[in-house]
Design a protein around this ligand. Structure first.
Ligand SMILES: *Cc1c(COP(=O)(O)O)cnc(C)c1O
Length: 392
């Protein structure tokens, strides 16, 4: 059997990116607004074209993109923003950062938004952020129908969904704004970085100014210039720009995206089919319009006691595999009850039940099928071992 691969390693940096970084370092030209043809501006044009969006703004992180999106929407102080309760702590944090109030929506055991809870809470909010957590797409048809009818803007947190499609649409282009991450554990690895896309000239102009296009630096963005005249000197400058080195790291990886998506989906489905055949492991199916771009796998533990789950975890650990169960590790940033910065978090029994049984294992696109088999084997034997120990 193949050895367990190193699952914590990020996507490799292509040779073309290393060469471009060296070239830029020799010029010392690290600030995006020194030149008209900055690698950051080129990245924005290429990313928008790839996703089929009119405008893109590259920034320092996906969290910064979410924050700027809320600010660009012009929401009043204390506006309520509906977000899924299954997301990363940076998402409610971006809402707090924008002086708004996060409202948590229940998620089901398929990791997606519970539409009954969503519909019930929608009338009390002024904006919605949909986190496609771990690349699992919530029902965007139902969500857009509800939000369009209520006139509520939708921001897609597509941080972990680059390359996912919903019907004939790219994820991130369905809501008013889509936000992506270039943090190391996402599909394109720049260490840190983010980008927002939209078709709305007014929104992107406001976000560009607030991201730090001070004075007339907005002229270096190929966007309709009329909205800038409206907003000149009227918005704060938060300085959340991306530097040229990060853009240089990302651009050649954008060319590799389609291959990474194909390989990641192959790896995911290969492991998912094996896990799903075990009576105590269940991989929720994707929704029918969805074509995923996974770089990790999530599955639920079924019919296991707390003691058996502990046995499962220690068996995987002993075999050298670190399986995260979102709701069972201390201070997990994806467990809503740890978001004490929100004050009292509500009780959300569906999301809590899901989080205490949902396992998370990285499955990078670069793995071979033999390496995927090694990962699957550890998980299957650990599940069998955990149930047998109980019977003995
Ligand atoms: C990674 C991630 C973020 C945060 O992205 P950063 O670029 O690190 O700010 C937000 N939401 C989701 C769903 C993520 O996976």
């Amino acid at each position: 059997m193949s050895q367990l691969p190193n699952l914590t390693q990020a996507e490799p940096i292509p040779a073309a990116a290393k060469a471009e970084v060296t070239r830029i370092l020799e010029t010392g030209d690290l600030f995006r607004y020194t030149n008209d043809q900055s690698p950051v501006a080129l990245l924005e044009a290429e990313f928008a074209a790839k996703l089929g969006s009119t405008y893109a703004l590259a920034v320092s992180s996906c969290s910064a993109a979410l924050f700027l999106s809320l600010k660009a929407l012009g929401l009043p102080r204390d506006a309520r923003v509906l977000i899924p309760a299954f997301t990363f702590a940076a998402v409610p944090s971006s809402v707090v950062h924008a002086d708004c109030v996060p409202v948590l929506c229940e998620c089901g055991d398929n990791y997606r938004i519970d539409l009954d809870d969503f519909a019930a809470k929608l009338p009390s909010v002024e904006a919605v952020i949909i986190s496609h957590m771990r690349g699992h797409t919530s029902d965007m048809d139902a969500i857009m129908t509800l939000c369009d009818a209520a006139g509520i803007p939708v921001i897609e947190d597509a941080a972990h969904s680059l390359g996912t499609t919903w019907g004939d649409r790219n994820i991130g282009t369905i809501g008013k704004i889509g936000c992506f991450s270039f943090q190391s554990y996402k599909m394109l690895n720049a260490g840190e970085g983010g980008i927002m896309i939209t078709d709305d000239a007014e929104l992107v102009a406001k976000a560009i100014i607030m991201s730090g296009a001070y004075e007339h630096n907005w002229r270096k963005h190929p966007v309709l210039h009329a909205p800038f005249a409206t907003w000149q000197n009227k918005l704060p400058l938060y300085n959340l720009r991306l530097n040229t080195l990060s853009a240089a790291l990302i651009r050649p990886q954008l060319d590799a995206l389609d291959q990474r998506v194909t390989d990641g989906r192959r790896n995911h489905d290969h492991v998912a089919n094996q896990l799903d055949a075990h009576p105590n492991l269940s991989v929720p199916a994707e929704l029918s319009p969805e074509n995923r771009a996974p770089d990790s796998i999530q599955f639920n533990l079924v019919d296991l006691t707390d003691a058996q789950i502990a046995d499962f975890q220690s068996a995987t650990l002993q075999a050298g595999l670190n399986v995260q169960i979102f709701g069972r590790s201390t201070d997990n940033a994806r467990a809503f009850w740890n978001w004490h910065f929100l004050g009292d978090t509500p009780e959300l029994p569906k999301t809590r039940a899901m989080l205490t049984n949902a396992c998370d294992v990285r499955l990078p696109a670069r793995l071979t099928l033999a390496e995927c088999d090694a990962v699957a084997q550890v998980l299957l034997s650990a599940a069998t071992q955990a149930t047998q120990q109980k019977a003995a």
